[in-house]
Design a protein around this ligand. Structure first.
Ligand SMILES: O=P(O)(O)OC[C@H]1O[C@H](OP(=O)(O)OP(=O)(O)O)[C@H](O)[C@@H]1O
Ligand SMILES: Nc1ncnc2[nH]cnc12
Length: 172
């Protein structure tokens, strides 16, 4: 029987701003079995894409991207927020459901031609993952997949990823 990931997502109206229905993954990660099922499911997807590297945006993307990369024995590279990453980097600015921001990656994070899966907890407008994908491509990587625990379908974030396969475990 399919695992019911939905049961472990908490919902908070008007957070962090009025009008936003916030979908919280912490009950899922706080449950050992649900967290493991999530990591295994996303790792199966990443494996099926033959990926060399996982890239995930700060901060919630790290929670899921790291254990997936570890399980498969492939690399993990973080897309970090302003002022966090030293050294040579690339950047991409974006808007999201409740604000705007800039992400940065190490210039040496991706080897040309490497196959990359991008991972985040949630896909809303696609601004965050779109910026992450833009940097991976700029560094010469091939984005072969994108995986999320949650997808907010009506915000059409999928449209920002028309050339790669998308996995989401729970759709609202
Ligand atoms: O598809 P989008 O409209 O870009 O929205 C999705 C992004 O928003 C949230 O991150 P947030 O920027 O709140 O940061 P956090 O992970 O540090 O909580 C979430 O974890 C995704 O990264
Ligand atoms: N509705 C939402 N819930 C949780 N995280 C989000 N990131 C962007 N929109 C979100």
């Amino acid at each position: 029987m399919a695992f019911n990931f939905d049961k472990y997502i908490a919902t908070y109206p008007d957070f962090p701003k009025k009008g936003i229905l916030f979908r919280d993954i912490t009950p899922l990660t706080e449950n050992g079995n649900a967290f493991r099922q999530t990591v295994n499911k996303i790792a199966d997807f990443v494996k099926s894409k033959n990926a060399d590297l996982v890239v995930a945006p700060e901060a919630r993307g790290f929670i899921i991207g790291c254990p997936v990369a570890y399980k498969l024995g492939i690399g993990f590279s973080p897309a970090r927020k302003e002022g966090k990453l030293p050294g040579k980097k690339v950047s991409a600015s974006y808007g999201l459901e409740y604000g705007k921001s800039t992400l940065y990656m190490n210039q040496s994070a991706v080897k040309p031609g490497q196959k990359v899966v991008v991972i985040d907890d949630l896909l809303a407008t696609g601004g965050t993952i779109g910026a992450t994908i833009k940097m991976v491509k700029e560094l010469g990587g091939k984005v072969v997949g994108a995986a999320f625990i949650i997808e907010l379908s009506e915000l059409n974030g999928r449209n920002k990823m028309n050339d790669c396969d998308v996995l989401s475990l729970v759709k609202y």
